[in-house]
Design a protein around this ligand. Structure first.
Ligand SMILES: C[S@@+](CC[C@H](N)C(=O)[O-])C[C@H]1O[C@@H](n2cnc3c(N)ncnc32)[C@H](O)[C@@H]1O
Length: 191
C-alpha cells in the first residue's frame, strides 16, 4: 500500500457518507497516533494516517455521463496512464442490465496502452443465486464476460476460479461435504 499513489473507493453517496463518518469516528477514537494523514475523500476528510492517499468517489454505477463512473474518476484526478488494479468484489450482481456498461467503462479506463492494469471481478455464472433471489441479483455468464473483457477490452490471461477448486481453496473449503461452488467465483486478468 505504501507504493500506491492513490486508492479510489467508488460507491454511492448514500453509502459513502455514513461510512466515512463511522470509519473516521472509529479510526480517530482508536488511534493515539492520530495526525493529519494523506487520506482525503470527496465526502469528509479523515485525520487518520492511511498507508496511501485515498479518495472516496460518489457515483451510482447505473448512471452514465456526468453522473457515471468515468466522469467522476477523471474529474477527481484518476490518471489512466498509471498502472492500476481495478477491484470489483461483490458488485456486478447489483447493476442489473448496466453491468455490461460497467465492464465497458473499465475497458475504457484501461485503454491507454502504455500501462499495466489488473482486474479482479467476482459474481458471475451463478444461476443458482440468480434463481434464488431473482428480483435483486443478476449474474453474467462466464462466456459473456470473456467476450466483453478479452475480445472487446483486450484483457488477457483470464483466470476463472470458483470457491472450492484447487486454487480458490486455501485449505479451508470443505471438499469432503461440498462440491466447488460457482457462487462468488472470481476472474483475474491483466493487460
Ligand atoms: C457486497 S458490497 C461490496 C463490498 C466491497 N467489496 C468491500 O469490501 O467494501 C456491494 C457494494 O456495491 C455498492 N453498489 C451497489 N449498487 C451500486 C451502484 N449502482 N453504484 C455504486 N455502487 C453500488 C453497494 O453500495 C455496496 O457498497
Amino acid at each position: 500500500m505504501d507504493e500506491i499513489s492513490t486508492a479510489y473507493e467508488v460507491d454511492m453517496d448514500v453509502i459513502n457518507t455514513p461510512k466515512e463518518t463511522l470509519f473516521n469516528a472509529i479510526l480517530n477514537s482508536n488511534s493515539n497516533e492520530s495526525e493529519t494523514g494523506t487520506g482525503t475523500g470527496t465526502t469528509t476528510e479523515s485525520t487518520f494516517r492511511f498507508k496511501c492517499p485515498r479518495k472516496v468517489i460518489n457515483a451510482d454505477l447505473t448512471n452514465d455521463g456526468e453522473d457515471g463512473m468515468i466522469h467522476n474518476l477523471l474529474s477527481n484526478g484518476f490518471d489512466t496512464q498509471k498502472p492500476t488494479i481495478f477491484l470489483a468484489e461483490g458488485l456486478i450482481m447489483y447493476l442489473g442490465n448496466k453491468s455490461e456498461q460497467f465492464l465497458q467503462d473499465l475497458n475504457t479506463l484501461s485503454n491507454s496502452g502504455e500501462s499495466n492494469y489488473w482486474f479482479i471481478l467476482n459474481f458471475m455464472d451463478s444461476p443458482d443465486i440468480h434463481h434464488y433471489d431473482k428480483a435483486r441479483w443478476t449474474s453474467m455468464s462466464k462466456d459473456r464476460i470473456r467476450e466483453l473483457l478479452q475480445e472487446e477490452g483486450k484483457w488477457k490471461d483470464l483466470k476463472f476460479n470458483m470457491f472450492g477448486d484447487e486454487i480458490l481453496n486455501y485449505g479451508r473449503y470443505d471438499n469432503q461435504n461440498y462440491d466447488p461452488t460457482k457462487a462468488f467465483s472470481f476472474v483475474v486478468c491483466r493487460k
